[in-house]
Design a protein around this ligand. Structure first.
Ligand SMILES: Cc1ncc(COP(=O)(O)O)c(C=O)c1O
Length: 394
């Protein structure tokens, strides 16, 4: 029987179809692309216990039906935690629970970006956000950074260049703490300068702050949103990394009018209420202990990664030394091409995210890679980095 042709029915605004990813491929022996703690360091059984406790308490009450904006006790918890740990002042009514921060980024993009609108990002930036920006046909402009993050002058020039073309950029997307993939953290003074440029030019900042609590050294830097008194900063975070990725719970905090635009985009369904109940109970009773434990693991793995890079790459490359987070950013000298080196590395059991996956500026990123230290043991990091060096520099 001839099958119905869905291409002839596709909405004008729908994206082009992409092949389904299919079953997950087997992980390599040294998977430096994995940006989550390994399963042994995820609090799976504790999350399971937390969900059991929460359901025992609220089961059989209307609480098991989702709230459109998200389970109120979890929104209140998010507001309290952001006040304590990120110096923000948040009204729980301005919090929307989302399916991870990825969904919050997607919704904000849909709310603000028409095809061809200018959006400013770091010249190397998280690929998931690039994906959402491309979905809405944004004109993506990458702005250069130094070791302290996006350069305020370069940001201002990019906004002025767009204005000279008669276009007002719709958004500046920032990951100011343990930036993905470059791993720098923007100091508070730079944050103030960036907020000042955004407020003067009337361009909102979307701050993506999902791994700030993986800090194992140095002092806390307040969220960009805490430095804003002009309503220019939109904030998103997630429990994916700090609890369990499969929970799929994050949040969006935005000025009321923007949230009112996002709500109809989201539709009338809330996020998973089982997930929200579990996250709320886990966060209220176990999250701080879990973070203390995982941050010790991450520090030791970061140290192993930096030592291994020093031993295996010497002065053929440079890399960032973050005070927290999940990865470091490798930059090869002498034009070593890490895209070309990838098949040889894979032969040796090593995989990584090439710089090209994050490129949003003039530099294609062929001599860069993001190397996650969160997933592999210290011994595997040493062995995997040695193998990577063999593949890249012989
Ligand atoms: C910088 C950044 N933002 C957002 C996300 C999306 O996270 P979630 O699982 O909460 O959707 C990720 C996930 O890797 C990320 O690295």
């Amino acid at each position: 029987m001839a099958q119905l042709d869905y291409d002839s029915l596709r909405a004008r605004t729908a994206p082009d179809p992409t092949p389904l990813p299919g079953a997950k491929k087997q992980l390599a022996a040294y998977p430096f692309g994995m940006s989550y703690p390994d399963p042994g360091n995820l609090p799976i059984m504790e999350a399971h216990a937390a969900m059991g406790e929460a359901l025992a308490e609220v089961g059989g009450t209307p609480t098991v039906y989702p709230d459109t904006q998200g389970y109120p006790p979890l929104r209140e918890y998010v507001a309290r935690r952001l006040a304590q740990n990120r110096s923000m002042s948040v009204d729980p009514d301005d919090v929307l629970l989302t399916e991870g921060s990825g969904q919050a980024i997607h919704f904000v993009t849909e709310a603000l970006v028409d095809p061809g609108d200018v959006v400013i990002v770091d010249h190397f930036v998280y690929g998931g956000t690039l994906w959402s920006l491309r979905r809405f046909s944004a004109d993506i402009r990458g702005v250069v950074s130094d070791a302290d993050g996006m350069l305020p002058d370069a940001l201002e020039s990019a906004i002025d260049r767009a204005a000279a073309e008669g276009r007002r950029p719709k958004m500046i997307y920032l990951i100011p703490t343990f930036q993905n993939p470059q791993a720098w953290t923007m100091p508070v003074e730079r944050r103030r300068e960036i907020v000042d440029v955004a407020a003067r030019k009337g361009v909102p900042i979307l701050e993506d702050d999902g791994i700030a609590e993986f800090r194992f050294e140095g002092s806390h830097v307040p969220a960009v949103a805490s430095l804003d008194d002009a309503g220019v900063v939109i904030h998103t975070g997630t429990f994916s990394k700090i609890i369990v990725p499969g929970m799929r719970i994050g949040y969006l905090i935005a000025p009321r009018r923007l949230l009112e635009t996002v709500m109809p985009i989201k539709g009338s369904r809330g996020v998973t209420q089982f997930g929200a109940l579990a996250v709320h109970r886990f966060a209220a009773t176990r999250l701080d202990d879990h973070l203390a434990r995982i941050n010790r693991v991450l520090r030791s793995r970061r140290d192993a990664m930096l030592a291994a890079l020093g031993e295996s790459f010497g002065d053929t490359a440079s890399w960032s030394a973050p005070e927290g987070g999940l990865y470091t950013w490798l930059t090869m000298h002498e034009n070593v091409d890490l895209v070309d080196a990838a098949p040889a590395a894979a032969q040796k059991g090593v995989t990584y995210d090439m710089g090209t996956n994050f490129a949003a500026g003039d530099d294609e990123g062929r001599s860069n890679a993001r190397l996650c230290f969160c997933f592999n043991t210290e011994a595997d990091i040493r062995e995997g980095i040695a193998r990577l060096a063999e593949a890249a520099i012989g």
